[in-house]
Design a binder for this molecule. Structure first.
Ligand code: AGP
Length: 605
């Protein structure tokens, strides 16, 4: 997720307006930033890697001449954070500049075609392809808006773009497909922005740009055209005061809740991520005799899931290991070993120190991370992004889901390469395609249930989260979520283990949360439920639609869509547990975004 902004005026220099708006967009991405303006037939551009304030100190971003310009805050998806990969990007001769938020899925083939035509790319981004395609169409003699329209018709993927042109100093052409974009009207300027809260306070009226619309904005005119037909469309102007919504967190009370609700979009991002990088990782995994998946906290729970899926689907001997324990586990390490490190921040010291040791031993290290350019990407021989956008809440939610889905994609690819379980892999692919809507309905149908249960849970000091098989990853993750944001002491356990000691803690009304999909663990988990029930426990269950048996014996159930490929049920069953943790924290009066003693990235050993 990135932030884009543009502004054109007949009277004002715009660079300060753009800079101030970029600061309000920084939550959407903060690994690099840039600004460009048009003035006296030229384009002036400043950009660099780093947070907005750092780059301003070094480059004085807000001091650029001209009354028309664009700006961008970046969350890297393609191309590590660097000055070259920062936006705005330009065409070959710097006669146009462009900013982009989204993912262009077919950029590699377009880039190849452009390079054959002699275009020189300066970055490794997908976005730069758009600038060169517009340049190509302008050189064919098309008017600017038609050149942009023809370009956009070639793209597959998502975008919100804004472009400026040295030849038309007061014009910004922007467009939208999936990524958000609004136009703001004020007495002194017209602007475009990724979201409403970033609009300057002088903006009085707003036009929400719809998918498939191109907008040509000048200081005193706004024209909207259909991407498909090029026909002009009516302007739908709304007064700003009629469009409320909290600043940075889009109307949500906390980032954690916003990020839980972003998971359908994250799933879409993951399944649309270019296959090239997934294949690259899978090819390295299938050559290994053994694979260790290492991580910490939530990422370790994703490692458990990933090990199950790789073993089952691709018959790859894979084992989850807690990164901080890696030095003491005497793991077999040789040329046939591959390590897959999971870290959403890419900066967790326990993971990095294990990787450095492995590098010294010449062991191949692969990585999954949400932060391009993070330390882990420099230690791995190949890595995959999570496409989850910045995760501001300390508790990992959308990045966990992204890890599960991306691991499933890698396992499917590995299964196809090895010719193992190919039919099951096809069924997993079908689930992945449906996962955005399944995740959306799982969340929406359990918000009120989680709110209801949180009232009771907020009064408890202890809870068990129990499951078997791959669902142990869900149990551990649900327990971690609850304890780290609400401070209820929650333990995740393999359900079979609960009778070897933990059951001694169970007394009247003791909350026991069971993850109980109708998979091969179902019957035995019912047995564990009955053991706890017999001792007076308060039974909470995550069950699949239509399951009457477990619903009957539960005191409270979260109902999830039935998943045909049972290996993937953690993707859905973790969702109500995220919501439960969030609402329990709020019910106890804590800020789930900033839990005590915790940091978003644990960069100390
Ligand atoms: C998860 O909610 C916690 N914030 C924590 O356990 C986290 O998962 C762990 O510190 C690992 O972080 P990483 O994924 O950035 O490496």
């Amino acid at each position: 997720m990135c932030g884009i902004f543009g502004c054109t005026s007949s009277r004002l220099s715009v660079s300060t307006v753009i800079y101030e708006s970029l600061k309000r967009l920084e939550y959407r991405g903060y690994d690099s930033v840039g600004l460009a303006t048009t003035h006296n037939g030229s384009i002036y551009l400043k950009k660099d890697q780093g947070r907005i304030r750092e780059v301003e100190e070094n480059l004085h971003l807000s001091f650029l001449p001209g009354r028309c310009g664009i700006g961008h805050t970046r969350w890297a998806t393609h191309g590590a954070p660097s000055k070259e990969n920062a936006h705005p990007v330009t065409d070959c001769n710097g006669m146009l500049a462009l900013v982009h938020n989204g993912v262009i899925e077919n950029y590699l083939e377009l880039k190849d075609q452009l390079q054959k035509l002699g275009h020189r790319m300066r970055s490794r981004t997908d976005s730069e392809v758009i600038a060169h395609l517009i340049e190509m169409h302008v050189k064919q003699g098309l008017p600017l808006d038609e050149a942009v329209r023809r370009t956009l018709l070639l793209l597959k993927g998502s975008y919100a773009i804004a472009a400026i042109f040295a030849s038309d100093e007061d014009t910004i052409i922007c467009a939208r497909m999936e990524s958000p974009l609004v136009i703001g009207l004020s007495p002194n300027f017209v602007c475009c922005s990724s979201d409403i809260p970033a609009l300057p306070k002088e903006v009085e009226k707003i036009i929400v740009v719809e998918n498939g619309e191109i907008v040509v904005i000048r200081p005193h005119t706004i024209i909207i055209k259909s991407l498909e037909t090029g026909q002009e469309l009516p302007l739908k102007v709304t007064l700003r005061e009629e469009m409320t919504g909290d600043a940075d967190i889009g109307g949500f009370t906390h980032y954690m809740l916003k990020e839980i609700h972003e998971q359908p979009q994250v799933a879409l991002n993951v399944i649309k991520a270019p296959a090239k990088f997934v294949t690259q990782l899978a090819e390295k995994l299938v050559k290994a005799e053994r694979v260790y998946l290492i991580g910490c906290g939530t990422s370790y729970h994703a490692c458990i899931f990933g090990s199950h899926v790789l073993r089952f689907l691709a018959k790859i001997d894979s084992f989850p290991l807690i990164a901080s324990e890696f030095d003491y586990c005497n793991a077999s390490l040789d040329a046939k070993t591959v390590v897959l490190a999971l870290s959403q921040s890419g900066e967790t010291m326990d993971v990095l120190s294990a990787l450095k040791r492995l590098q010294d031993l010449g062991i191949e290290v692969l990585a999954l991370t949400n932060v391009m350019g993070s330390s882990i990407t420099r230690l791995a021989s190949a890595y995959l992004g999570l496409y989850a956008g910045p995760e501001i809440g300390v508790a990992a939610t959308k990045t966990f889901t992204a890890q599960l889905l991306m691991l499933a994609r890698v396992a499917v690819e590995a299964s196809n390469i090895k010719g193992e379980n190919v039919d099951y892999a096809k069924r997993i692919e079908e689930f992945l395609r449906q996962s955005p809507s399944a995740i959306k309905s799982s969340i929406s149908s359990n918000v009120r249930r989680a709110q209801e249960l949180s009232v009771k849970m907020s009064l408890k000091d202890h809870a068990f989260f129990l499951a078997r098989g791959v669902n142990v990853a869900t149990a551990l993750e649900g327990a971690l979520k609850l304890k780290e944001v609400s401070y209820v002491h929650a333990e995740g356990y393999p359900a079979g283990e609960s009778k070897h000691g933990p059951i001694a803690l169970v007394e009247e009304d003791y909350p026991c949360v069971f993850i109980c999909p109708q998979d091969e663990t179902y019957d035995k988990v019912i047995g564990n439920i009955m053991e706890m029930k017999a001792r007076g426990a308060f039974i909470v269950s995550c069950i699949e639609e239509g399951d009457k048996e477990v619903k009957e014996i539960s005191d409270f159930s979260f109902v999830l869509p039935s998943v045909e490929v049972k290996m993937l049920t953690p993707v859905l069953h973790v969702l109500p547990l995220q919501l439960l943790a969030y609402y329990t924290a709020v019910a106890r009066g804590f800020d789930p975004d900033k839990p005590r003693n915790l940091a978003k990235s644990v960069t100390v050993p």
